[in-house]
Design a protein around this ligand. Sequence first.
Ligand code: ARG
Length: 421
Amino acid sequence: AQAASAAEPAPARVALSAARLVAPDQDKVIEHPLVLIEGERVTEVRSGGAAPDGYTRIDLGNATLLPGLIDCHVHLTGDPTLSSGNYYKDTLQRSAIDDAVTAHLFAQRTLEAGFTTVRNLGAGEYIDVALRNAIDRGTLAGPRILAATLPLGATGGHADDTTGFSPTIQFHGQTGVADGVDAVRVRVREDVKRGADVIKFMASAGVLSAEESVGAPQYSQAEMDAIVDEAHRWGKRVAAHAHGAEAIRMAIKAGVDSVEHASLIDDEGLKLAKQHGTYLVFDIYNDDYILAEYARLGFPASMTEKEKKVGRLQRESFRRAVKTGEKLAFGTDAGVYPHGWNGKQFAKMVEWGMTPMQAIQAATTNAADLLGWADKVGAVAPGRYADLIAVDGDPLADIAVLEHVRFVMKGGAVVKGAAAR
Ligand code: ARG
């Protein structure tokens, strides 16, 4: 009995204070916050006053506190810094095993950049499930992960990595490629069986893949309907990759929970998204990086040419979506650009029409709602995980300060910052 009680010490009590707390869930700023934390959860948020007895005080001085940030679209299994400078060499010589042994580095960079929760929208060989589990066990440092496992896609489409190669070359390994309503249902079940938290499918063509089109639909309406129906039956939300206007409308009609990229969304699409309550996740930083770096990284010109067809228009679509009051959540597609740079997208979102508070809400309150984790993350509030970050300066005056997060706490544990005990 003695041993058992010794093994369960009282949860650590921490009182965290700073100059101000941006509270996106309340649309306000709390001056001189005192956040009381017990174990991995927040128990109370006060304004001013001393730390109660029995609490360890962490005072961040003149810093601004915010809830831990959420990126709804990352790929921790890839990063442009891994590129050899030759796309075909990498495709033929790197395997999912290479991706698996580096993924923890990118998870750690993401966490240290202030992103305490991410949705990993596609990975080979269930690497994202293994990574999520190792982080949840406390073996590795990284954000909370919702894993999509293998993205579903049509033969020859955006998820089919073998397109463009000689038909005599056989690629082995797991694939999310599935065609027809019965096959896509099986594929969804297989992802769920292997540990998926969310289902991702390619509703349209894409940029960084071999097909000619950048936005044409790649599944029929019946296939999209079947994917969403099956995923929802198993209690999993669905994210659809879609650049083109028609594919976006089809995905929304099928009932997806979010449309990723949404580059060429038209008025009808915006109206449908509003009606269905569909989140739009615009990765509007990507374009700068792809156009600046992907030629040097050895990607085929056909892909950078496709980027030129969507990049600018995607930002204009984003601005319209802000004006029409769509539900918008923060997602970067990090992995296409370096992990840890996730925060650079905030300044783009403000440049293209959001207020700083709206941009922060996209990465906290809205993102948590999209993930189905509104009771766990996205706000500094009693009962939520004690996931908090701090920056110098005021993000509501200069959103770019979110590119330099100096303190990160995840589940009550300080993972970055001068005050780390
Ligand atoms: N993964 C996406 C694709 O290949 C990246 C798109 C990036 N471009 C952009 N403008 N957001 O389609």
